[in-house]
Design a protein around this ligand. Structure first.
Ligand code: CA
Length: 364
């Protein structure tokens, strides 16, 4: 249900000659509407969860401030209004105006959406941001969501994640055989082909599942979020890097009818605020991960380990197979995947001689 209040014009019109006539533009500054909007926003995150959940709380707060209260957004944690994985449908159907989640949760419904969160061994956070905002990615994303009556925005990125928490050592690709692991999206499919058993779990169930042995391993995000979930108390081995999620973008999705009902200045505020959340999360996660890593390094019960190179090479080969199949099965995935990989080839050439070269040099 829309809860819009039309207070437009009454106070402003007082004392302004001719404002009763609709053909006269009497709004202040020639274009600022006084119409107010109250939106509901559902998310896949535990309420006010550090990073992911707070990003959307910050979004709501900043939009309200920047709009002087003309657009108020009430945020619901996963399960408070709709289940965590039903954000897409709720916003698409107009049950609520806005949602915040990760597009790879829509695997099986809109397979190509996964390219806008993360592809194993794919774009990192800076490169994804570049593709979406400067490399044509946003246009492809908007086109993909058009039939669902949704307008997507990039709104946050956790940066490269960790490989995850394991209660079994991974020394060889065979060690994935029979491994029950919480890992969504493409990464989950790669694990399945490596002999593992990918399991999809909402965030709120991960810790208990790992602690009770219902799963053998889980990836979640990185030190900052993982420690706040207590995952470091439920597994011994903490593997890196997060091959499965090199820079997962989060999405803000808006029902198209709701979006079209906003005046241009409120649309601009929403768009700019989403971009500010992406920038802000990069800083928050860099700082939060650095702090939480100190805690992990000081814990004698945790072994921080790199995946063996041969394991990563094998997972990369499986990834190429999975991507090829998905692109062959679905025209949208073919089109978006082609654009994604063309961009990856181009941007990686630059990343290799800039960020990678610099970081390698700094560590020598
Ligand atoms: Ca993850």
């Amino acid at each position: 249900m829309k809860r819009r209040e039309f207070v437009g014009g009454i106070a402003v019109a007082a004392g302004l000659a001719g404002c009763a006539k609709p053909e006269n533009d009497c709004s202040v500054g020639g274009g600022i509407s006084t119409e107010t909007f109250e939106w509901d926003c559902v998310t896949s995150w535990p309420p006010k969860f550090p990073g992911l959940g707070m990003a959307v709380e910050n979004l709501a707060e900043r939009v309200e401030q920047a709009s002087a209260g003309r657009l108020k957004i009430k945020v619901y944690g996963g399960g408070e209004l709709v289940p965590p994985f039903e954000v897409f449908d709720a916003v698409s159907r107009g049950v609520v105006e806005m949602g915040h989640d990760a597009s790879y949760y829509h695997k099986g419904k809109v397979d190509a959406a996964q390219f806008f969160t993360a592809i194993p061994f794919g774009l990192n956070s800076m490169e994804l941001n570049a593709w979406v905002h400067y490399g044509g990615g946003l246009e492809l994303w908007r086109e993909l969501y058009e039939p669902f009556n949704l307008v997507p925005f990039l709104c946050g990125n956790t940066a490269v994640q960790m490989g995850g928490w394991f209660n079994k050592e991974i020394n060889d690709i065979d060690d994935f055989k029979g491994l029950k692991m919480r890992i969504p999206g493409f990464g989950g499919e790669v694990l399945r082909r490596a002999g593992g058993q990918p399991i999809s779990l909402p965030a709120s169930e991960i810790f208990t599942s790992l602690q009770t042995g219902a799963i053998d391993a889980t990836e979640w995000v990185g030190p900052y979020n993982d420690v706040s979930f207590g995952l470091h108390k439920a597994a011994r081995y903490y593997y890196y890097p997060g091959w499965q999620e090199p820079g997962p973008g989060l999405e803000c999705i808006i029902n198209k009818d709701a979006w079209n009902s906003l005046p241009a200045d409120l649309q601009a505020i929403v768009e700019i605020t989403c971009q500010s959340i992406t920038t802000d999360m990069a800083a928050e996660y860099t700082n939060g991960n650095a702090n939480s890593l100190q805690q992990i390094l000081a814990d004698p019960n945790i072994e921080l380990r790199p995946f063996p190179d041969k394991v990563l090479q094998h997972l990369k080969a499986i990834t190429a197979e999975v991507v090829a199949e998905i692109m062959a099965a679905d025209p949208a995935s073919k089109k978006i995947g082609k654009a994604f990989y063309e961009y990856l080839a181009k941007v990686a050439a630059n990343s290799n001689i800039s960020e990678r070269a610099f970081l390698n040099t700094r560590e020598k």
